[in-house]
Design a protein around this ligand. Structure first.
Ligand code: C2E
Ligand code: MG
Ligand code: MG
Ligand code: MG
Length: 275
C-alpha cells in the first residue's frame, strides 16, 4: 500500500486503493466512530470580493484526522458517508461546528462575516434539514442571513419541484443558497430562474485555463451575465494566480476563492490572517 501526501497536505489514494472494497469497509467502520472520537475537523477557506480585500467570510471544508492514515480530505470519505447514510450525522456535526465558529468570530470583532456550509445530496433531501438548520442557528444566536448553504447544481436540479420547495422554505427563513460547481451539471434555465439562490459558484474547471482558453473565458462571462440578469452573485472557485484574479474581476465576477487568495486553514489561522 502506497500513500502520498497531496498538495492539500492530506492523504490521497491511488485509484486501485479507492476501488478496494476492504479499504472502503475499513474506512466505513472507522468513520462510524470518528465523531465520538473527535477525529473530524473543519478548515475554513476565505472568500473575497473580486476587487480585493477585505475577507467577507469563509467556506467550511471537512477533514478527518484518521489515527493511522493521517489527514484525509472529503473526497476520500464523503462518498462512503453518503452511501451509508452516516453523512446525516456528520452533516449535523459540520453545521453545528461551523455555526459555533462563526459565533466565536462575530464575538471576536467580525460581526459581518458569513459562513458557507456544503450539503450532500442525502442531507439536502432529508426531511429533518429545515428544522436542523433553524435549531442550529437559534442555538448559536446567529442571523440566518449569515449562513449560506451550498448545494451542487446536480443536487439542486434533482427532483426539481421538491428541491424548489425546500429551497423556498430555507430562503424564507433568511438563509442564503449557493449553487456549487455550477457549469458541470445539467441546469435547466427554466428552473434556475425559479430557484431562490443568491450565489452561483463557477466550477474551478472553467477557471484553470481561463487566460489561455477563449472558450473558458466565454463560459465565465456568460455565467456572469446570467448571474447579473437573475440577480445572483457570481463566485469563482479555484483561483490560483494573480492573472486569474485580475481576469475574473475584469469579467465581472463578484467574489473569489482559491489558493492564490487563501487556502483552507484552521480557525485560529483564519482569524489571525484576516483579523
Ligand atoms: P467544493 O465545495 O466545491 O469545495 C472546493 C474544493 O476546492 C475544496 O476541496 C477546496 O479545498 C478546493 N480548492 C479551493 N481553492 C482551490 C484552488 O485554488 N485550487 C484547487 N486545486 N483546489 C482548490 P476539498 O476541501 O477537498 O473539498 C472537496 C469537496 O468535498 C467540496 O467541494 C465539497 O463538495 C465536499 N465537502 C467538503 N466539506 C464538506 C462537508 O462538510 N459536507 C459535505 N457534504 N461535503 C463537503
Ligand atoms: Mg462548496
Ligand atoms: Mg465548488
Ligand atoms: Mg467541488
Amino acid at each position: 500500500h502506497t500513500k502520498q501526501s497531496g498538495r492539500n497536505g492530506y492523504t490521497f489514494f491511488t485509484p486501485a486503493m479507492q476501488a478496494s472494497t476492504s479499504r472502503r469497509l475499513r474506512l466505513l467502520q472507522d468513520l462510524r466512530r470518528a465523531i465520538a472520537r473527535d477525529e473530524l475537523l473543519l478548515h475554513y477557506q476565505p472568500k473575497f470580493p473580486a476587487s480585493g480585500k477585505p475577507v467577507i467570510g469563509a467556506e467550511a471544508l471537512l477533514r478527518w484526522q484518521h489515527p493511522e492514515l493521517g489527514l484525509l480530505g472529503p473526497d476520500t470519505f464523503i462518498p462512503i458517508a453518503e452511501r451509508s447514510g452516516l453523512i446525516l450525522a456528520i452533516g449535523d456535526w459540520v453545521l453545528d461546528r461551523a455555526c459555533a465558529q462563526l459565533r466565536a468570530w462575530h464575538d471576536a470583532g467580525h460581526p459581518g462575516w458569513s459562513m458557507a456550509v456544503n450539503l450532500s445530496p442525502l442531507q439536502f433531501a432529508s426531511p429533518a434539514l429545515v428544522e436542523t438548520v433553524r435549531e442550529t442557528l437559534r442555538r448559536h444566536a446567529l442571523d440566518p442571513a449569515h449562513l449560506t448553504l451550498e448545494v451542487t447544481e446536480t443536487t439542486a436540479m434533482k427532483d426539481v419541484e421538491d428541491s424548489l420547495q425546500r429551497l423556498n422554505t430555507l430562503t424564507a427563513m433568511g438563509v442564503k443558497i449557493a449553487i456549487d460547481d455550477f457549469g458541470t451539471g445539467y441546469s435547466s434555465l427554466l428552473y434556475l430562474k425559479r430557484m431562490p439562490a443568491s450565489e452561483l459558484k463557477i466550477d474551478r474547471a472553467f477557471v484553470r485555463d481561463l487566460e489561455h482558453n477563449p472558450e473558458d473565458a466565454a463560459i465565465v462571462s456568460s455565467i456572469v451575465a446570467l448571474g447579473r440578469s437573475l440577480q445572483l452573485q457570481v463566485v469563482a472557485e479555484g483561483v490560483e494566480t494573480e492573472a486569474q484574479r485580475a481576469f475574473l474581476d475584469q469579467l465581472g465576477c463578484d467574489l473569489l476563492q482559491g489558493y492564490h487568495l487563501g487556502r483552507p486553514m484552521d480557525a485560529e489561522t483564519f482569524l489571525h490572517r484576516a483579523g
